[in-house]
Design a protein around this ligand. Structure first.
Ligand code: ADP
Ligand code: UDP
Length: 242
């Protein structure tokens, strides 16, 4: 097995899906074809027997820091950002079900006329019944990100790993979108990621994953079937291990 692949067959994983992953060729919002492609990948991954909890971002609609730059209080801007993740969660739920796999969108922020409020026990029950669980609303608190939400859900749901599906094919020495000389790591530790301030995830997320000894696999979502490949240990990416 190549060193950079995921370490073993997983019983349960958290897939962190950035909001931007859902924009496809556009710059904003949801792209139908991209949504369908990712939903198919998630449905197939669940079909191979791994329990999947998705933590979905909202950056394709709104990020708190943008709102704060426009004069909104940060906590209010973050509330709007969390609502953006719920929009993605609702879209993803329908798209996964359209692929023939039951899914359940949960929100950390109560909005009972739209979806279930996140509760650990019910998330575990949905997972055990073969549903793809979609955790939206991040942590439910301002000043956090959905990366930290992913680490939190992975810890409390006792996931074997976090699969971070993103725009780049791993963790680099610097942001590869800004630095053409950045070099990709095959493998590194949570400590290294924190000390070197590698911006692919925020420090709080890396720290929570480190404390709970949860490996993180960072890989690109651009290819069809990228999540299923990562689960099979076939994908190219960076493995972050304790
Ligand atoms: N050291 C790094 N290695 C890899 N990606 C990095 C690094 N520093 C910053 N990034 C950026 O982090 C992004 C991944 O985070 P993600 O949550 O998917 O996106 P965003 O936070 O922009 O929504 C990548 O698209 C990449 O541009
Ligand atoms: O626990 C959380 C998670 C998210 N957010 C807000 O929701 C936005 C969208 O989430 P994120 O930026 O993590 O999405 P992604 O970059 O993954 O698309 C963030 O900018 C925050 O404003 C928040 O306040 N608390």
């Amino acid at each position: 097995m190549p060193e950079a692949t995921t370490p073993k067959r997983f019983k349960r994983v958290v897939v962190k899906l950035s909001g931007e992953a859902l924009t496809g060729p556009g710059t904003h919002g949801l792209d139908g074809a991209t949504l369908a492609r990712i939903a198919k990948d998630l449905a197939a991954s669940a079909g191979e027997g791994t329990e999947i909890a998705v933590v979905v971002g909202g950056g394709n609609f709104f990020r708190g820091v943008q709102g704060a730059g426009k004069g909104l209080e940060r906590a209010r801007a973050d509330a709007i950002g969390m609502l953006a993740t719920v929009m993605n969660g609702l879209a993803l739920e329908q798209a996964i079900e359209a692929e023939g796999r039951p899914a359940r969108a949960l929100s950390a922020i109560a909005m009972p006329t739209l979806c279930e409020t996140y509760m650990r026990a019910s998330a575990l029950r949905h997972l055990s019944e073969g549903r793809v669980v979609i955790c939206s609303g991040g942590t439910g608190n301002p000043f956090f990100t959905t990366d930290t939400g992913a680490a939190l859900r992975a810890a409390e749901l006792e996931a074997d790993a976090i699969l971070k599906a993103t725009q780049v094919d791993g963790v680099y020495t610097a942001d590869p979108k800004r630095d053409p000389d950045a070099k990709r790591y095959d493998r590194l530790t949570h400590d290294e990621a924190i000390v070197k301030n590698l911006g692919v995830m925020d420090t709080a997320a890396f720290a929570l994953a480190r404390e709970n000894r949860i490996p993180i696999f960072v890989f690109s979502i651009a290819e069809e079937g990228a999540i299923a490949a990562a689960l099979r240990g076939e994908g190219r990416g960076t493995l972050v291990v304790p």
